[in-house]
Ligand binder design. Structure first.
Ligand code: MN
Length: 294
C-alpha cells in the first residue's frame, strides 16, 4: 500500500455575503492558490433560509470555455439555457453543464422555493476545459438523486460518486477530462480511503463537522489541499461526524485568462468571447411554458 500523499496546506473559507446577496463559502479562487487546476471556482451556496418571495438567483448570463457543476443538498434550482436545456435540480441531484463554445443560462430558485421560501444549500463547481476542447458544442447532463451511484461502507460511511471513481464506485457523469467529484458522509470516527491517480490534484472540502485528512485537521469550511505526487488520501471523521466533498482531477497546466463568466487561454480569446456574446452569437433563452419569460 502506498503511503498517503503529503498535504500542501489548507484554505480557510469563511462564509460571506456576495454582492448579489448570495451567502457563500468560497475556498477558491483566492489570490494565492494555484494548486487546484483543473478547478476554477467552488461556491458552497448557503445554507440560507429564505422567507417567501425572498429567494434569489442568477438570471440570464453567458459562459464560455469551461463547465459549471451544480449539486443541490436542500432547496430547488431551476435551470434554462440557450441550447434548449431545462431542468429543476432537486436535493441530491446534479447538473453538469459544459459551456464549451458558449451558452446563455439562468439559475433561479424554483417557483415553489420562491413562493413558499425555504432552505437553499448546495455547491457550484467550475471545471476548466483543455485548450483543445474550449470550443466544443455545449452539453447538459442532469441526474436525479436516485441516479447517482453510492455505497454504504461497513463503518457507516456513505459515498456518493458524481464523477470519477471512489471506493470502487464509478460516477455517472461523462466528464470531458478526468475529474473526480464525490460527496462523503461520515459518522463519528468513520474513515474513507480515496485512491487518487498519480500527478492529479486532490482536494478535501469539509462542510459539516470535522475530519483529519492525511494527518491534517480540518473543521467545516476548511479545504485540505494535497500535493500532486502519489498516494491515497485518508479522511477520518471527528467526534461529531462529517460531510466532505472529494475533488480530484488531472491538471491542465495551460495558461488561464479569465474574466467574469468566460475562461479562456489568452486575453484575445476573452475579448472575442465578449464580442460574440454582445453580438448574440452565444444565443438567447427561449422561454417555454410557465417560468421565466424574458
Ligand atoms: Mn452560471
Amino acid at each position: 500500500m502506498n503511503a498517503p500523499r503529503p498535504v500542501l496546506g489548507i484554505i480557510n473559507a469563511q462564509r460571506q455575503t456576495e454582492g448579489g446577496g448570495f451567502v457563500v463559502r468560497r475556498p477558491f479562487p483566492t489570490g494565492r492558490v494555484d494548486n487546484v487546476d483543473p478547478f476554477l471556482l467552488l461556491d458552497e451556496m448557503g445554507p440560507v433560509d429564505y422567507a417567501p418571495g425572498k429567494a434569489i438567483g442568477a438570471p440570464d448570463h453567458p459562459h464560455r470555455g469551461f463547465e459549471t457543476v451544480t449539486y443541490i443538498l436542500s432547496g430547488e434550482m431551476e435551470h434554462r439555457d440557450s441550447n434548449g436545456g431545462h431542468g429543476v435540480i432537486t436535493p441530491g441531484a446534479v447538473q453538469w453543464m459544459t459551456a464549451g463554445s458558449g451558452i446563455v443560462h439562468s439559475e433561479m430558485p424554483s417557483n415553489q422555493l420562491m413562493r413558499k421560501g425555504g432552505r437553499m444549500h448546495g455547491f457550484q463547481l467550475w471545471v476548466n476545459l483543455p485548450a483543445a476542447k474550449k470550443m466544443i458544442p455545449p452539453r447538459y447532463q442532469g441526474f436525479e438523486a436516485h441516479e447517482i451511484p453510492s455505497v454504504t461502507m461497513a463503518d457507516g460511511a456513505i459515498v456518493r460518486v458524481i464523477s470519477g471513481e471512489v471506493a470502487g464506485v464509478r460516477g455517472i457523469v461523462d466528464t470531458t477530462s478526468p475529474v473526480t467529484y464525490a460527496h462523503v458522509t461520515l459518522p463519528a470516527g468513520a474513515a474513507i480511503e480515496w485512491d487518487v491517480d498519480e500527478g492529479h490534484t486532490a482536494l478535501v472540502h469539509t462542510f459539516v463537522g470535522s475530519v483529519v485528512a492525511n494527518g491534517t485537521e480540518a473543521v467545516e469550511g476548511v479545504m485540505v489541499v494535497c500535493d500532486r505526487s502519489v498516494g491515497p488520501v485518508h479522511v477520518t471523521a471527528g467526534d461529531d461526524g462529517a460531510e466532505v466533498l472529494l475533488l480530484g482531477g488531472q491538471p491542465l497546466g495551460e495558461p488561464v485568462a479569465r474574466y467574469g463568466p468566460f475562461v479562456m487561454n489568452t486575453r484575445e480569446e476573452i475579448i472575442q468571447a465578449f464580442d460574440d456574446y454582445e453580438s448574440g452569437r452565444l444565443g438567447t433563452i427561449v422561454a417555454s411554458g410557465s417560468g421565466i419569460s424574458r
